[in-house]
Design a protein around this ligand. Sequence first.
Ligand code: DGP
Length: 126
Amino acid sequence: MAYAYDDQNIFAKILRGEIPNTTVLETDHTLAFRDIHPQAPDHILVIPKGRYVSHDHFALEATEAEVLDFMRVTGRICAELGVQPGLGGQGFRIISNAGVHGVQEVPHYHLHILAGRPLGRMLAPA
Ligand code: DGP
């Protein structure tokens, strides 16, 4: 069964240049930009340029070049923010929401990188 991808989702429109964004970093395969509703002083979204719905889709079907590029971009952003715990930074959190239970709002794969304040425990009580 093939993954269904909606070309009208908001991140697809951002990738096509139909909606503006505040770009942090762009490579051949990946775009990183600031979240429109930041939940921390630094709240960056990292998305592949390919048509992937969610983490599982990307992890299973993206090319090695896409996966490598995506991962390196996440590292470069942490470096640019100066939040790397191994280098004296204060740390960060990476989240990827997927599907209904994950409460994914935009059906184009993305990671949230949150930093700049203590982020509390990972999940609030249900
Ligand atoms: P998620 O629930 O993981 O799918 O979160 C989607 C995030 O995308 C949410 O934190 C708000 C953000 N977002 C939605 N629309 C836009 C937009 O048009 N521009 C930007 N920069 N972020 C958006």
